[in-house]
Design a protein around this ligand. Structure first.
Ligand SMILES: [Fe+2]
Length: 292
């Protein structure tokens, strides 16, 4: 089955497209590369399409895209998925820089769009806002994290990176500790979207940008347990949770099976495991009641 190589961009539906563009351009620091009546596309200063916005009645994360190897045959993948009972459909020119894709739906109801070739985007770097390196991961509530995780393992080639007890699953598709997370909750919905920053100094800068824009930090700065990322969390215009992070654990060699050693690891070597809730975060305040 297909092996996803990296997370691409996330598609958000939003009732207020203007406000959403304002947040992602002026606060988050992405560059607006396309804008219509119903849609907008924003890219990182590093040239990656990062966020697609679509006007809708309610705010939600509707879709994630993932890049597969450039020589992948999406028609063959579609056939293989159909043989396993997973329907999918082909799309042409679904987003800037993407000429062809394959769209399926995960068991949580989130669209999963695969594309094999990414064209160069002409991105005029912006000086405003935080300016993340890339979209890093997206976390979703789901009634059954194990079931959704098994779908990502079997059909998309993800690996289990860590669990917190039996309710919070972290999964990777490349060296990054996680690109998707699944958290047990009553109804399927996004919990947070996370953007990678350069370093801890960039985290400080991001806190200053949030303060200037009168956006409170909901949780952090902290060093989390699973993934060991230094992170903060805030809410954007629609109330969706956004994480800025740096220093995420890296599984540089799958055959070795442990994360590249860091002085803040408690295990030596640090391998995928089941964490206890009390071990998260490693430092910093505990999550506030309004975090989940
Ligand atoms: Fe996160």
């Amino acid at each position: 089955m297909i092996q996803v190589r990296r997370i691409g961009h996330a598609t958000f539906e939003t009732p207020d497209l203007d406000k959403a563009v304002d947040y992602y351009a002026a606060v988050n620091g992405l560059s607006l590369i396309g804008r219509g009546d119903q849609t907008a596309y924003l890219a990182s200063n590093t040239g990656l399409l990062t966020i697609a916005l679509q006007r809708a009645d309610a705010a939600r994360c509707a879709r994630l895209t993932f890049e597969v190897a450039p020589d992948s045959d999406l028609a063959a993948v579609q056939k293989d998925l159909a043989a396993e009972g997973v329907p999918s459909e082909r799309h042409s020119d679904p987003a800037p820089g993407v000429t062809s894709s394959l769209l399926l739906t995960d068991p949580n109801g989130t669209g999963v769009e695969l594309y094999a070739k990414r064209g160069n985007l002409s991105v005029k770097p912006v000086a405003a806002g935080v300016g993340p390196l890339k979209l890093g991961h997206v976390a979703f509530f789901t009634p059954d994290p194990d079931k959704v995780g098994k779908f990502y393992q079997r059909f998309l080639g993800f690996r289990v990176s860590d669990w917190i007890e039996d309710f919070f699953l972290f999964m990777r598709c490349n060296a990054d500790h996680h690109a998707v997370n699944f958290l047990r909750g009553e109804k399927p919905r996004m919990h947070h979207i996370a953007f990678e920053l350069k370093d801890a100094a960039h985290i400080v800068t991001s806190c200053d940008v949030l303060a200037k824009n009168k956006i409170p930090i909901v949780w952090g700065p902290i060093r989390l347990g699973p993934g060991h990322n230094v992170a903060t969390f805030h809410r954007e215009h629609d109330g969706q949770m956004v994480e800025f992070y740096t220093e995420l654990d890296q599984m540089k060699d799958e055959a070795l099976g442990y994360y590249d050693p860091r002085p803040w690891h408690r295990d030596a070597p640090q391998r995928p495991k089941v964490w206890k809730l009390v071990d998260d975060p490693l430092w910093g305040p505990p999550p506030p009641p309004n975090f989940l």
